[in-house]
Design a protein around this ligand. Structure first.
Ligand code: IMP
Ligand code: MG
Length: 191
């Protein structure tokens, strides 16, 4: 089964100004990360942990690219609206993991790291549960906005400080289903 071409996305594609990373580039990179994880974690049955919802496309493709036994689990968070809380990265855990991670090899899989505040908060939370190891795998790294250093073990692409959509990333919950990553036209961003 081949993926639908851009023109088949009709009204969604019409709102994209430019494709930054094609579906083919994304798939090739995800396969490469999957191979690296399979080698590095051989014999350790890692637990892949993701934050809903942005990571679901990356996680699904990454799981298929990993060839060793793995498990997967998800967290869901919501950000507090006040500026002070946003600056601390404090989030409310809307859904916790179903798996105990104590003594497990945990790989935190993120779609995008921007300031790093959210991820830093979540990593501290997970570290307190005493996993055997805790590493980070991120598909899109926006280094320009980083406020807190996050050690990254697997990285897909460096992105400029631009707002992008597609491959799981949304604008007002739309565009997650696009198989590529692109920039929105200004008129779509004003909606
Ligand atoms: P931060 O690293 O704490 O600043 O938060 C990163 C979060 O902001 C990600 O998990 C996304 O939900 C969201 N985000 C950052 N950049 C983008 C983007 O370009 N498009 C869509 N969502 C984004
Ligand atoms: Mg996210």
């Amino acid at each position: 089964m081949s993926e639908p071409g851009l023109e088949e996305y009709g009204e969604l594609a019409a709102e994209i100004r430019e494709i930054l990373i094609s579906a083919e580039e994304l798939q090739a990179k995800v396969r490469q990360i999957g191979r690296a994880i399979s080698q590095d974690y051989a014999g350790r049955s890692p637990l892949l942990v993701g934050v809903l919802k942005g990571v679901v496309l990356f996680m699904a493709d990454l799981l298929r690219a990993v060839t060793i036994p793995v498990e997967v689990d998800f967290l869901a968070v919501s950000s507090y609206s006040s500026e002070a809380r946003q600056k601390s990265g404090l989030v409310r855990l809307e859904k916790d993991l179903e798996t105990s991670i104590t003594g497990r090899h945990v790989l935190f899989v993120e779609d995008v790291i921007d300031t790093g505040l959210t991820l830093n908060y979540l990593l501290r939370n997970l570290r307190a549960r005493q996993p055997a190891s805790l590493e980070v795998c991120v598909l899109f790294n926006k280094a320009e906005n980083r406020l807190i250093d996050i050690p990254i073990k697997y990285k897909g692409f460096d992105l400029p400080d631009r707002f992008v959509v597609g491959y799981g990333l949304d604008y007002q919950e739309k565009y997650r289903n696009l198989p590529f990553v692109g920039l929105l036209k200004p008129e779509a961003l004003r909606k």
